[in-house]
Design a protein around this ligand. Structure first.
Ligand code: BDP
Length: 702
């Protein structure tokens, strides 16, 4: 009877399938027996000579990983002595690190057939990252004999930003409630926090901002500091520091002061005291992230002070500690005549050189707001005296939430690899943020997290790849999107070569497909609301730059935002070489065309089609390509877990339906201006403009 029950339990687990919880740290048994045996010979012990909690995490992770991958318990010993055939963890520089000397959190893996595999790190964290790198070698089926691998992070602060609220909701979160159970903390510490830390450490992420940039002052109260300290205790052994988003007027709202003017001595004292209180509870606290005078959030300008005044006040409070201020540049005023594109540059470049050494200005990748495709922010390269950090969005606010499959590495790479030309050719955005262009004293990168309490962390299992890709690029922006996808697929989904190839192909094309049915040719859609339903017709809002028509500027003549000298002249914020690429509508690359030009409907483009025909073609091709994704995905069925397969299959059905919805909405709406027929080769939408409008209205209902 007992046997039957056990059997049933096993079968039901099989039927249940992979729930995605283990992310890319699955550590499933390596099926290739000769390979597994070869690995097993090289890793007969783990020598840990040290007691730090981070080194212990490294040894524990290796032991757990090897148990799963090789099916054997590898003992942790304190000293390898003359033994060979094991893994040695060593906090030291490798004897012959070659051309790359180990710095910061870098690691080096060395191994010889007859000796040991040594994981060198200059810091304990370096060893931890090396341990994960070694596991990655095994997980992706690479040899560990004659190992010689050195890797050094190009950016110093590699953070996730969580837009999580005290009530458990996540702003722009699509994977369930917040991971942080504020009501239970600090007494109850969910074991999941540790798995969160492991996943991040496996990528080299070393900091996390736990609360929303639209911050609650509650995080500055003793009650919440204690809760955050409990999280910090879990993250510390994984080399992850916690940071907090700041509600700028906290000195007034919870401190009881009459003002929150950053130049007021009492306000400054309040922040200094508050910071001391935080450091007493969290000795390795990372610092503050601030959204001020942005989208209705209060800030120093309420007192006639500048962003630099506000940031420097917090920097002063942090002076006795090893903490930093990350001051966001995401600002734009509700001015109907202004171009939101220009706002951050106008506001921040005059302040270059005025920020304290502890301040880094955090800039979104594009000048507007995480659009499916945006030109790079013109702030990059234009603040040589102020360290700038990059803010990417991993959560798919404008990318179809958790239903649409969009692999984001190409979005991140596209921005990082763009040339700003500020110091001649080769002055890429990546070189701005890794500090090499202006010799910044501090470098940072942030990704707005896509995690939530859903069992599989990210809602759509394929969105795990975006967390993964962000982390890998934060460590080393020279890695390729394709290489990262390859690793992730092998660690997470399958190692069957043709399935790996098929999935990688879908991933690599997914972003362009999305752009085609959503915002082709440089359209954008940062209008107000939930950022999901198409609403290109939206023309009323509390502010003009929260309407759709503000961005696409459709009229009887054409479409697009003229940002050349005849329009807002936002292009002037870029170097002449960049302007040259974009300021001529004849030569402007099509992906950026409508970002910079108001183009007549009948204008012939480089494709040989008119603007109108090209738009229609892209909307239709994009929507049809989701069917291609479906067909490709169907082919990998035998190679991936059945639960994951079914989950993604379902999401692709929804994605296709919604892609058609986006296509129809744009085409039917723009047609009221273009007055052109849909090209004969394309089928007509099966519904009217009224139908799609009604559909979008549903999304506004409570
Ligand atoms: C926008 C989001 C909004 C954020 C804001 C920000 O729609 O929820 O608060 O950015 O980054 O993309 O501050």
């Amino acid at each position: 009877m007992k046997r039957i029950l056990l059997c049933l339990l096993f079968i039901s687990q099989l039927a249940f399938g992979d729930d995605g919880y283990r992310l890319w740290l699955k550590y499933d048994l390596i099926k290739d027996v000769p390979k597994r045996e070869a690995y097993a010979r090289s890793v007969q012990f783990i020598a840990l000579n040290g007691t730090s909690s981070i080194l212990k995490s490294a040894a524990d992770e290796l032991q757990m990983g090897l148990q799963g991958l090789l099916g054997k318990t590898v003992p942790i010993i304190t000293n390898a002595g003359s033994r060979t055939g094991g893994i040695v963890l060593s906090v030291a520089s490798a004897p012959n690190a070659g051309s790359q000397t180990l710095v910061a959190d870098g690691y080096q893996l060395t191994g010889r057939k007859s000796g040991n595999i040594t994981i060198f790190g200059k810091t304990d964290s370096g060893v931890l990252y090396g341990a994960f790198a070694l596991l990655r070698q095994l997980q992706t089926g690479q040899s560990v004999e004659n190992l010689s691998l050195t890797s050094i992070p190009k950016i110093q602060y590699r953070l996730l930003n969580h837009w999580d609220n005290t009530n458990g909701t996540i702003e722009r979160g699509y994977a369930g409630e917040s991971l942080w159970k504020w009501y239970e903390l600090p007494a109850t510490v969910d074991p999941r926090y540790r798995d969160y830390a492991r996943a991040n450490a496996s990528l080299g992420i070393n900091g996390t901002v736990v609360n929303n940039v639209n911050a609650s002052a509650r995080f500055m109260t003793a009650e919440y500091i204690e809760k955050v300290a409990a999280l910090a205790n879990v993250f510390r052994p994984y080399g992850i520091r916690v940071y907090l988003s700041v509600y700028f007027p906290a000195a007034k709202t919870i401190g009881g002061l009459k003002t929150s003017d950053p130049l007021d001595p009492e306000v400054r004292k309040w922040w200094a005291d508050k910071t001391r209180e935080i450091y007493t509870a969290i000795p390795d606290f990372g610092g503050f992230l601030v959204k001020a005078n942005s989208e209705g959030e209060p800030g120093p300008q309420d007192y006639g002070r500048t962003h630099a005044d506000g940031a420097n006040m917090l920097a002063e409070a942090l002076k006795p500690y090893d903490g930093i201020v990350m001051w966001r540049a995401f600002v734009y005023k509700a001015d109907p005549k202004a171009d939101r594109f220009k706002a951050a540059h106008e506001e921040f470049t005059p302040l270059d050189g005025q920020f304290d050494k502890k301040v880094i200005v955090q800039v979104k990748n594009g000048p507007i707001d995480f659009q499916p495709r945006e030109p790079f922010s013109p702030l990059f390269g234009n603040m040589p005296k102020t360290p700038l950090s990059m803010e990417f969005q991993i959560t798919q606010e404008y990318l179809g939430f958790a239903t649409h499959w969009v692999y984001e590495a190409p979005i991140f790479k596209e921005c990082l690899e763009t040339d700003t030309y500020v110091k001649g050719k080769g002055s890429t955005v990546a070189r701005v943020i890794d500090g090499s262009l202006h010799q910044y004293t501090m470098t940072a990168i942030a990704g707005v997290a896509n995690t939530g309490a859903d069992r599989n962390w990210t809602g759509n299992p394929m969105a795990q790849a975006n967390w993964y890709a962000y982390g890998r690029l934060a460590w080393d922006h020279t890695l390729s999107s394709e290489g990262i996808a390859d690793e992730w697929i092998k660690m997470t989904l399958t190692r069957e070569p043709s399935a790996v190839k098929t999935i990688k192909n879908i991933m690599m094309r997914s972003r362009e497909i999305y752009v085609n049915y959503n915002t082709p040719l440089g359209l954008s859609r940062p209008w107000s609301g939930v950022h999901f339903a198409p609403e290109p017709w939206q023309e009323k809002s509390v502010r003009p730059d929260w309407t759709a028509i503000y961005y696409h500027r459709a009229d009887s003549i054409g479409l697009g935002f003229d940002r050349t000298a005849t329009g807002s002249n936002a292009l002037a914020q870029y170097r002449p070489e960049v302007q040259q690429q974009w300021n001529n509508p004849e030569t402007c690359p099509l992906p950026y065309l409508l970002w910079f030009h108001h183009v007549p409907w009948t204008k012939k483009l480089s494709t040989g089609r008119t603007l109108w025909d090209e738009l229609c073609t892209r909307f239709y091709t994009g929507a049809d390509s989701v069917m291609w994704m479906q067909k490709q995905w169907a082919q990998v069925k035998p190679a991936v877990d059945p639960a994951i397969f079914a989950d993604v299959t379902g999401r692709l059905i929804t994605q296709h339906k919604e892609a058609i919805w986006w296509r129809d909405s744009w085409v039917l709406y723009l047609q009221t201006y273009s007055k052109q027929p849909i090209p004969a080769s394309l089928p007509k939408p099966e519904r009217t403009l009224e139908d799609v409008k009604a559909l979008s209205e549903i999304y506004k209902l409570r």
